[in-house]
Design a protein. Structure first.
Length: 218
């Protein structure tokens, strides 16, 4: 038998699909509730900005602080400072310090204070003879040692310049020997007075020649 011609099924419109879905949803109350929730628009909640300040701060990543640049390295050296009054050592300092951190002014001040104390006790007047700083380093020959006159504390700046130069040359074991020598001022008037007193004690010299006595054996 010949097959009967079938009529083409026209496509359903979108409205028909919606009706079908709505019918199925109404048939099942659980689906109906969920379907309604999905289609319902959620209310927009505006939160107070003041309430969220603390939460926003907590969520923000901590700001990374930039590391400060490293401090410049200062060369260190050994300072041996000695002050003499004649052959007597009245002050001595020996220690390792960094550049620009040794108080030369403090050392000179303490030296002069000690000298003034001794001068008052002994009734003398100290006189500066020499104040020399000798700067050296390891593997340096003695003839290459650098000498600087340091009569005042401000003159120690020249020595610090030498230390910085040796450090730039990568010298190790930098050492500074500062030797300050004082003498005792002689009072000329006292010397003259002592000589005149000695002359008054001696007996006066006679201008006459001593007589010669000659004896004969008979």
């Amino acid at each position: 038998m010949p097959r009967k011609a079938t009529k083409a099924v026209p496509p359903r419109a979108a409205s028909d699909r919606t009706r079908t879905v709505s019918k199925k949803v109404k048939a099942n109350p659980a689906i109906d509730a969920n379907y309604g929730n999905k289609r319902a628009k959620r209310p927009i909640i505006i939160e107070n900005s003041s309430d969220n300040d603390s939460s926003d701060d907590d969520l923000e990543e901590p700001i990374r602080k930039k590391k400060p640049p490293p401090e410049p390295r200062l060369p260190s050296f050994l300072i041996n400072a000695t002050t003499f009054l004649g052959k007597e050592c009245i002050l001595r300092v020996s220690k390792f310090v960094n550049l620009h951190q040794w108080g030369a002014s403090i050392y000179f001040r303490d030296s002069r204070a000690k000298l003034a104390e001794i001068a008052n006790e002994r009734d003398i007047e100290p006189v500066l003879l020499s104040s020399i700083a000798i700067t050296s380093a390891k593997a340096m020959k003695r003839e290459d040692f650098i000498k600087n006159d340091v009569p005042e504390s401000i003159d120690f700046l020249d020595v610090e310049g030498v230390i910085a130069h040796l450090d730039e040359c990568r010298k190790k074991g930098i050492r500074v020997d500062l030797t300050v020598k004082y003498g005792i001022k002689k009072n000329v008037e006292d010397d003259v007075q002592e000589i005149s007193d000695a002359e008054s004690i001696l007996p006066p010299l006679s201008s006459k020649k001593p007589e010669r006595h000659v004896s004969f054996p008979f």
